[in-house]
Write a protein that binds this ligand. Structure first.
Ligand code: EAX
Length: 340
C-alpha cells in the first residue's frame, strides 16, 4: 500500500512541476538575456501622429531595431503611426495610465503635463538646429525631461520635429501684417497661440488628427508645421502657400510610460536608453534630409514657397517673452538664448 502511495506522490509532484513550467510558458520567457534570469518578453506599443514616411516613424523603426537586438528579442517594439493611438495629448495621457508605452511627440501639448516644457515653444528662441541640440541634449534639456517623472513619464531623449513654417490656402504671407484675420490652426499650446495673436492672426488650437479635414472643409485657412510634417500629411492637396517663417523650433521628445519602464530589467532599461539616443541622431538626419527633398517635391506639386524677413516676425512676437518670462523664468530663457 505504502509503495502505491509513494508512486502516487511522485506522480502528483511531477504533474505539479509540469503545470508550473507550462504556466510560465504563457509569458514565453525570452532566451536568457546574458547572465540575468530569463527576462519575460515585453511588447512595447509606440505611437506617433505622422504618417509612416515621416522621420518620427523612421526613427521609431531604428529604435525598434536596436532595442530588439540589444535585448536579444526580450523586448519587442510595435509601431503605430498616423495617430492610430490618438493625438499627441491623448497618447501622452496614455503613457500616464499605461495604455500606451512609448510616444514620440512634439512639445505642443506637453505644457499640459510639465508647464515649464513650453519654454522651448517661445518664437525664435533657437538660432538653428545646432543651438537647439546643444541646449536640449545638455543640462537644460535633460532637466526638463526629468520633470516628467513626477507625472508618470520617463523622458528618454529629445528627437526633432524641426522649424515650423506657416501654410495657408488664401494668400502669400510675406510680413506679419499678412497674417491679420487668418484662421490659423495651432497646436494646443498657449505660447504658440500668444505668438500668432500678437501678429494679428486668429489662432485655433486643434489636435493633429483633425487638421487635414478642417483645412479641406476650410473651417481654418492655414496651419503651421515643419516641412516634413507638411509633406507627410499631403498638405499640398489643401494648402497653396508655404511661408518659410521658421517661427518656432519644434523638439520631439521620446517618452516612455514609467509604469512600463519600471517593470523592465536593468539590462532592458539600459538597452532602451541606448536605442533612444542612437535613434535620435538618425532621426535628426532624416528630418534634415526631408526638409530639402520634400521642399523640392512640394514645389513641383504646385505649392508656392515664400521666403520672408524673419526679423519682422521676430519683432512682432517679442512681446510673448515679456508675457511668459515670469512663468518660465527669465534666467532660464537667457541661459538658452546665450548657449553658444
Ligand atoms: O508632432 O501637431 C502638430 O502640429 C505636430 O507638429 C505634429 O503632430 C508632429
Amino acid at each position: 500500500m505504502r509503495r502505491f502511495a509513494k508512486l502516487t506522490a511522485v506522480a502528483v509532484t511531477g504533474l505539479l512541476l509540469a503545470v508550473t513550467v507550462v504556466g510560465c510558458g504563457s509569458s514565453q520567457p525570452a532566451p536568457s538575456t546574458g547572465g540575468n534570469t530569463a527576462a519575460k518578453k515585453v511588447v512595447l506599443k509606440a505611437g506617433s501622429t505622422p504618417p509612416e514616411s515621416h522621420p518620427y516613424n523612421l526613427g521609431l523603426k531604428k529604435f525598434k531595431e536596436i532595442v530588439e537586438k540589444e535585448t536579444n528579442g526580450s523586448v519587442e517594439v510595435q509601431i503605430f503611426p498616423n495617430s492610430a493611438l490618438g493625438g499627441e495629448r491623448e497618447m501622452v495621457e496614455g503613457l500616464q495610465i499605461g495604455s500606451v508605452d512609448v510616444v514620440v511627440t512634439s512639445t505642443g501639448p506637453l505644457g499640459n503635463f510639465v508647464p515649464q516644457m513650453n519654454v522651448v515653444d517661445l518664437p525664435f528662441l533657437f538660432r538653428d538646429n545646432a543651438h537647439a541640440w546643444k541646449v536640449l541634449d545638455g543640462p537644460i534639456g535633460q532637466d526638463l525631461l526629468k520633470k516628467f517623472e513626477a507625472k508618470g513619464i520617463v523622458g528618454l531623449a529629445v528627437w526633432e520635429n524641426g522649424f515650423r513654417n506657416v501654410t495657408n490656402s488664401k494668400r502669400e504671407i510675406k510680413t506679419p501684417e499678412d497674417l491679420k484675420g487668418l484662421k490659423l490652426r495651432t497646436m494646443e499650446n498657449k505660447v504658440h497661440m500668444a505668438a500668432f495673436k500678437a501678429m494679428g492672426a486668429d489662432p485655433t488650437p486643434m489636435a493633429m488628427p483633425e487638421v487635414f479635414t478642417a483645412l479641406q472643409n476650410k473651417t481654418i485657412d492655414g496651419q503651421e508645421n515643419p516641412i516634413p510634417i507638411i509633406a507627410a500629411n499631403r498638405m499640398e492637396e489643401v494648402q497653396k502657400y508655404v511661408s518659410l517663417t521658421g517661427h518656432v523650433y519644434s523638439p520631439a521628445p521620446l517618452l516612455i510610460s514609467k509604469t512600463t519602464f519600471d517593470k523592465l530589467t536593468k539590462e532592458q532599461q539600459d538597452a532602451i536608453k541606448k536605442a533612444a539616443l542612437e535613434a535620435r541622431d538618425y532621426e535628426r538626419q532624416q528630418i534634415q534630409k526631408q526638409v530639402d527633398e520634400e521642399s523640392a517635391k512640394l514645389k513641383t506639386k504646385g505649392m508656392i514657397f515664400t521666403t520672408v524677413d524673419k526679423k519682422l516676425f521676430q519683432d512682432a512676437t517679442a512681446s510673448v517673452y515679456k508675457q511668459y518670462e515670469n512663468e518660465f523664468g527669465k534666467d532660464l530663457i537667457d541661459k538658452i538664448l546665450n548657449t553658444k
